[in-house]
Design a protein around this ligand. Structure first.
Ligand code: FES
Length: 146
């Protein structure tokens, strides 16, 4: 074999090795991304809807209680006797966190001035849909959300 042929063969082997290594690396990266995404999905509790228990002692008449539900900010409002309502505080426009205003009995989104009423319905601004609302059930001295 001539020196030129040996060089060419060596380059080919090196390229093959490089490509093989590159594909192995990309494959590992892809698998890692999938596993990381799956971990994030499960860690946030999305897709696994469970209920949250809130003690009645934490929420007097006319007050609200902030909590996390499925990894997102949420609120339980107690505006009427025996009536509890739970909402996601994630704005339906671009996902900012809305703020409950107990005096006005409205939710306000500070990002683009979206306003929702006490039932989560859009009053004004760009949000395309109401705030997500979850079922609430009384269970003795607790309120179950979800
Ligand atoms: S993100 Fe709430 S109004 Fe735009």
């Amino acid at each position: 074999m001539s020196s030129k042929e040996e060089d060419s063969s060596e380059i080919l082997t090196t390229r093959r090795g490089l490509l093989k290594g590159l594909f192995t690396f990309l494959g590992a990266l892809g698998l890692g991304s999938i596993l990381y995404g799956l971990y994030g999905f499960l860690a946030r509790g999305e897709g696994v809807y469970s209920s949250v228990e809130i003690s009645l002692s934490k929420i007097q008449l006319g007050s609200a209680h902030l909590f996390q539900f499925g990894g997102s900010p949420a609120i339980l409002i107690h505006e009427e006797e025996e009536v509890y309502e739970a909402f996601s505080l994630v704005c339906t426009h671009l996902g900012c966190t809305v703020v409950w205003n107990p005096e006005k009995k409205e939710f306000h989104c500070p990002c683009h001035d979206g306003i929702f009423d006490v039932n989560g319905k859009v009053l004004s601004g760009p949000p395309p849909s109401p705030l997500e609302q979850w079922k609430v059930k009384m269970d003795g001295e607790k309120v179950l959300v979800g």
